[in-house]
Design a protein around this ligand. Sequence first.
Ligand SMILES: [Zn+2]
Length: 156
Amino acid sequence: MKLNVVTGQDTPILRIVCDKVENFDKDLKKLAKDMIETMHATNGIGIAAPQVGVNARIFISAINSDTRKPKELVCVNPEVLYRSPEQVVAEEGCLSLPQKFGNVKRASEIFVRFYDLKGKEQNLRLIGMDARVFLHELDHLNGVLFIDKLEKFKIF
Ligand SMILES: [Zn+2]
């Protein structure tokens, strides 16, 4: 089922630190399925629970989105274990901030840990766009939007 996407930079659900997921139950699976459907319907490459009005630390992050083998990662209670000192600036947008785009600096490589829908721990190394999407979605779980961290300069 496609869910409504919450928009607006001052919308309360987009500005809270979300609660940890404790129950890996069928409600969580249903939420993840609906979030994936919503992400595809809106042509997004990531979507976080608060963006569909849910206070929970779960997001969907598309990886390999620039290839023929895109895959959706369902990330529950995600954490970043390592961020490379090398950072890259690239343009971002957000389903919750329609028509807004801007340059954000993020680590070019990260090591992350999260739990899948079965509650099994997953560890991954992500680079480039995959790292960027993961970090953008993780920010959502902490009430942070990309417009909070815009670079002061423009790239043309
Ligand atoms: Zn976003």
